[in-house]
Design a protein around this ligand. Structure first.
Ligand SMILES: *Cc1c(COP(=O)(O)O)cnc(C)c1O
Length: 346
């Protein structure tokens, strides 16, 4: 093995999906796939999740949504929420991708493209509940709903969802956001439609705050076995990916391994703990294509060193590494470059 490997466990992904679904039921899981499925590889994740019965995928953008459609076939629902170009809207409409709509301007363009193509757009209207990260402001909500309803009556649009995103920083702020959200849902219902997909929460709030869950929960991190930074361990959730490299040289200074910052390993991780055949050891320094690890008795060229994973060799999880450098586990995974080979274990 001359390149580092990201080893992926289908069993672990399936187990996490099952644990999340049990926890959030009767809310339905929408598996979030942004950033190439949090660095795990979109095709493998979608294929494995479809076999596990996942019905909803959150693709982030339309381009990724098309990739999901190619892998998953026609039966699953795909939700793409990034405001996109007219050409991408056409692709979404022709491939049955649901669209998240956070501005009246975007709604207008979707209506125009659906009308030009003779297609019906399935839309999920987004209310801004205070994050100011895309979303119709409460003061504009009635106008947005009226325009969507008018297009619906012309057969161009179907309002299938209402959604928003919350900060998950404090319970009080999330409660206030939910109140704004529920008012928005009520306004849509009073206009004469009952959206079936009502979704507000991501991993942490879906897991810990059942009262905030809608009919659908958009979950990425926990399905991949990535716990929240500074958050507790999660029952039944295990890391899906392990990052493994091999010893390239054993010297008096320590053990050199074949992974570095060019692979996406942050050089600021020096001082973190990794798994070796001799147990937990310190990662002493990270250079471009190699790193130095504290030695263990009998270290040999070719030995495997685990940068993060399920802990079987004394290694940390991606989130534990992330906490050392004040970031989140997702970032440790999504920074890995194409030099890191993705290998499916089981
Ligand atoms: C990334 C994202 C999610 C999933 O968040 P996790 O914390 O990884 O579960 C859900 N909704 C939106 C809008 C997102 O951008």
């Amino acid at each position: 093995m001359t390149r580092p490997e990201l080893r992926l466990s289908s069993d672990s992904l399936r187990a996490n999906i099952a644990a999340v679904r049990r926890r959030i039921s009767p809310s339905r899981l929408m598996l979030v796939l942004k950033d190439d499925a949090y660095g795990h590889g979109l095709s493998w994740v979608v294929d494995t999740a479809v076999q596990a019965g996942v019905e909803w995928f959150g693709s982030y953008d339309i381009r990724s949504g098309l990739a999901v459609r190619r892998v998953a076939g026609g039966d699953v629902r795909i939700f793409a929420w990034v405001t996109s170009t007219d050409g991408e809207i056409d692709d979404a409409l022709l491939n049955d991708i649901d669209l998240g709509v956070g501005t009246i301007e975007y709604l207008g363009r979707i209506v125009a493209r659906a009308s030009a193509l003779g297609a019906k757009a399935r839309v999920h209207l987004k209310i801004d509940t205070g994050l100011h990260r895309n979303g119709v402001l409460p003061g504009d909500w009635a106008t947005a709903v009226a325009e969507a309803r008018e297009a619906e009556r012309s057969g161009i649009v179907e309002i299938v969802g209402v959604w928003s995103h919350i900060a998950e920083a404090s319970d009080a702020e999330d409660d206030a956001a939910q109140a704004v959200f529920l008012d928005a849902v009520r306004a849509v219902e009073e206009s004469g439609v009952s959206p079936t997909a009502v979704h507000l929460t991501a991993s942490a709030a879906s897991w810990w705050r059942p009262e905030l869950r809608g009919t659908v929960s958009r979950i990425g991190a926990f399905c991949y076995g990535i716990r929240s930074a500074d958050g507790p361990e999660l029952e039944g959730i295990v890391p899906v990916a392990s990052l493994v490299t091999t010893v390239t040289e054993v010297t008096d200074d320590g053990v050199f391994v074949g992974i570095g910052s060019f692979d996406g390993l942050p050089s600021t991780l020096a001082g973190a703990f990794v798994g070796t055949p001799g147990g937990t050891r310190e990662l002493r320094s990270v250079t471009h294509t190699a790193s130095l690890v504290e030695p263990w008795p009998g270290a040999r060229v070719g030995d495997e060193v685990v940068l993060f994973g399920a802990g079987a060799h004394g290694e940390s999880s991606a989130t534990t590494l992330a906490e050392r450098i004040d970031t989140v586990g997702e970032e440790i995974l999504t920074r890995l470059t194409a030099r890191v080979r993705r290998i499916v274990l089981d």
